[in-house]
Design a protein around this ligand. Sequence first.
Ligand code: GLN
Length: 496
Amino acid sequence: MPFPLATAREIAASFMAKDLSAEEIVQAALSRIAALDPQVGAFLTVTERQALARARELDRRRQAGEPGGPLAAVPLALKDNLCTRGIPTTCASRILQNFLPPYDATVVERLAAAGAIIVGKTNLDEFAMGSSTETSAYQLTRNPWDLSRVPGGTSGGSAAAVAAGMVPVALGSDTGGSIRQPAACCGVVGLKPTYGLVSRFGLVAHASSLDQIGPLSRDVTDNVLLFEAVAGPDPRDATALAGAIPTVRLEIGRDLAGLRIGLISELLGDGVQPAVLRTVHAAADWFASNGALVELAQLPTIAVGIAAYYLIATAEASANLARYDGVKYGLRSEQPDLSSMYRKTRAQGFGAEVKRRIMLGTYALSAGYYEAYYQKAQLVRTKLREDYRRAFEKFDLLLSCTSPTTAFRLGEKLEDPLAMYLADIATVGANLAGIPALSFNGGFDDRGLPIGLQLQGAALSEPILYRAAYAFEQAYDFIGRRPALVTDAELSASAG
Ligand code: GLN
């Protein structure tokens, strides 16, 4: 397999075997980014200088006989809402245009300890609010499978970078589907871990009770590698879980005998594209004929999950975004008095979608409306958790689509926020309930666009999610199919 499409584990192995130096690996990733990113637009910042310096350091350490970590010399991209010391972290917002964090997120420290090399920061919807990466204040990101379509969002830059083979793995964040939906749109694997399994320290907050950081990769095994590198307790995040992370290794490669899978009946109807529906049923049949017990499952509250999510997420966002006032961070609009400085800074610094969220959230939290909206949404959240609890008495995993449609065209939903919000119907439940959910490729529609399948499990069931997705991936060669964009570049490179 040509180098840029190698997996993270193959890259780490060739580095440790001295087949490739870290510098050669980083150069290859950088030249691929230079060749493809003008079309795709996945990166907001490419950290060429730092990445090369780090590569030379890793080469020296290998020379000195030091053992490499599990991600030794693996080039990696980070969503631009993860704090990186001295490297711009913009959240794709004008308000953080010149923000250089004074510290690294916990996940960034852990990646460094595992030997990874950060090659850049990826585009997202502004402050991770959206489902298409189109609300970025800086640039559009295009879907590598079809450049006229969105990569999904909000971790669209990370998903597109992985799908295009610019990096083997990347980190994203997921508040209501932002890792899984772009993974689905771009035909890659994305995990939203159990709430608290990955430290949020250094993740710029969107909605703190829902946010989780997670891995994107081309296959399940690389996803596990990245998950294990970043998960685990952290005293700097009060919501991080104590205790060891669940061991995935023992589950990978096990057959599916005895696994009970529930097909979520509420996600089989209205609004789901026929090709997506066919893929979900085909996957259910595949699981059933490979040892799993598949039956219909009910999650009745999911129908109002979207409404609850958009009240809770906006309420938390309105509070979290209060800190951007021109005093400490990024943009400041110089004005004669303090209150017009606040007002002008926020008016100029935030885009339309972020402003909409702040207004919705402030409204839902204000006196008189608090009971009518915010509190009701919390009741729905409790009911939904109860639905899941009941479902997991009967099933180990719940199967559905990740997104009701394949990637839509750029601009198609931008003027219709409600249509954009409704596309999150299958993903917000896992965030509201705090449970893990995995998206992986289940096939393609008749335009050749990837279709994502989602598995959800009870808290800390990551090993079972990975086991089922791994078995499915082994049975189909979807991984072998790459976007034409990638293949063309590869062909001309090998011809030249
Ligand atoms: N699309 C959802 C939203 O706009 C989810 C975003 C996310 O997960 N960060 O809120």
